[in-house]
Design a protein around this ligand. Structure first.
Ligand SMILES: C[S@@+](CC[C@H](N)C(=O)[O-])C[C@H]1O[C@@H](n2cnc3c(N)ncnc32)[C@H](O)[C@@H]1O
Length: 397
């Protein structure tokens, strides 16, 4: 078959999905056009002023551009773009998937597959909602005990659902900022994943946000948790999601695009950060838990001694110093680090998040970050910090 006939079959399927109301999303990738900053085009149905439209999100290296078209115009445009601007298209409808590959030098291909998204798209959901994990159509949420058979959040699980929601809301722009590759499946590891609430949520989000299916792995030291999470993944045929039993420190990571560690205990966060750096991850996201290592060494500088008599202030200072050191050390390793609030402190005191995006950081900037880390440690009498040790940064004066 020729490229032309594969393309027209694909367009027919798209047209049918639009007419039957089964279209969930269409992702175009592998750009071939003249605009070198263009990475992807994400298309989904939306209802605007009561009328069905196709929302086109053009993802460029540093920005997104959204345009809405009536379905007929949209389909014409897609047909023009296929082959000229993008060589790869993935269509997801509630009836099945279709993957068109028109890459140069390869045999044109149209692969049909079973449905990945079983819920009909909610056309009234705006942009914001694509950043959330819907309670409907995600049956794994039921298996994890977050929702009940009515697909509503179960009493007592509201905070967990809010946390999941917030995590995806935060991670979504970070993933974009990290400029993940779009010509192959992205690999993601969630370290210290526990029951896997956030791992499942991330897997689900990436399915919608990326052109290729991401491979997501959870690492958890408690075998019963990893086993239970694997059962849920396999019950729902989530083949690209897998849970392994093991400790973060002993995990050998292949090159990985995204490393996440949320509320991994004490220095397990440092182990995860070091693993992410070692794996050359483009994005690392951690939400630190307790900070015992530094608290055990911290000597209050004279000017702060009085304030730090108070246990809670001392603890907060230890948390602050640990996370400030982590941010400096990430910068010394070539990452742009940001520290911000994860969820409102009313839900948990462990509400801080550190994100790190790999950048081309010049060597002098890295050296300066390392010097800042050693100066900060010296100010508080800290001689040992796990991440510093793992990165070979000597904090001893
Ligand atoms: C507080 S739970 C957080 C779970 C999940 N990340 C979340 O935020 O919902 C921390 C989990 O990390 C696991 N954990 C702690 N240290 C670990 C280590 N060094 N290696 C692997 N798992 C670890 C614990 O067993 C626990 O399940």
């Amino acid at each position: 078959m020729t490229q032309h006939s594969f393309k027209s079959q694909f367009i027919d399927r798209l047209q049918a999905a639009i007419t039957e109301g089964t279209l969930v999303r269409l992702n175009l990738g592998s750009p071939t056009g003249r605009d070198r900053s263009l990475r992807n085009l994400f298309i989904r149905p939306v209802r605007l002023r009561g009328q069905l439209h196709l929302s086109f999100v053009y993802r460029h290296a540093t920005r997104d551009v959204t345009k809405n078209h009536l379905p007929a115009d949209g389909v014409t445009l897609i047909s023009e773009l296929l082959g000229d601007e993008f060589a790869d298209a993935f269509l997801s409808a509630t009836t099945g998937t279709a993957h068109l590959n028109l890459r140069k030098g390869r045999q044109p291909k149209l692969e049909l597959g079973p449905a990945e998204d079983t819920a009909a798209p909610d056309l009234d959901h705006d942009h914001q909602k694509t950043r959330t994990v819907r309670t409907q159509g995600n049956p794994w949420l039921q298996d994890l005990g977050v929702t009940g058979p009515d697909e509503k959040v179960r009493p007592g699980m509201e905070a967990k659902y809010r946390q999941i929601h917030r995590f995806i809301e935060i991670v979504s722009p970070l993933l974009r900022d990290a400029r993940l590759p779009n010509d192959r499946p992205v690999s993601v590891v969630d370290m210290g994943c526990g029951k896997g609430y956030l791992t499942f949520a991330l897997h689900e989000h990436l399915k919608r946000a990326l052109p290729h299916h991401a491979r997501v792995q959870g690492i958890e030291q408690r075998v019963e948790l990893a086993d239970a999470a694997n059962r849920v993944a396999s019950n729902h045929q989530l083949d690209s999601l897998q849970f392994l039993t093991g400790t973060i420190g002993s995990t050998i990571l292949q090159p990985t695009d995204v490393v996440v560690a949320l509320h991994a205990c004490d220095t397990a966060t440092d182990d995860a950060l070091a693993k992410g750096i070692e794996a050359n991850a483009r994005l690392i996201v951690v939400a630190p838990c307790c900070h015992r290592e530094v608290a055990g060494q911290l000597v209050a500088p004279p000017v702060l001694a009085d304030a730090l008599r108070h246990g809670i202030l001392f603890q907060r200072e230890a948390d602050f110093v640990t996370d400030a050191l982590r941010a400096c050390l990430l910068e010394s390793a070539g990452y742009e680090a940001r520290v911000f609030e994860f969820i409102s402190p009313e839900h948990t005191a462990k509400n801080l998040m550190i994100s790190a995006v790999r950048r081309d950081v010049p060597q002098p900037v890295r050296v300066a970050a390392r010097e800042k880390a050693t100066a900060l440690a010296a100010f508080y009498g800290i001689r040992q910090q796990r991440l510093a040790r793992l990165l070979g940064v000597n904090l001893e004066p």
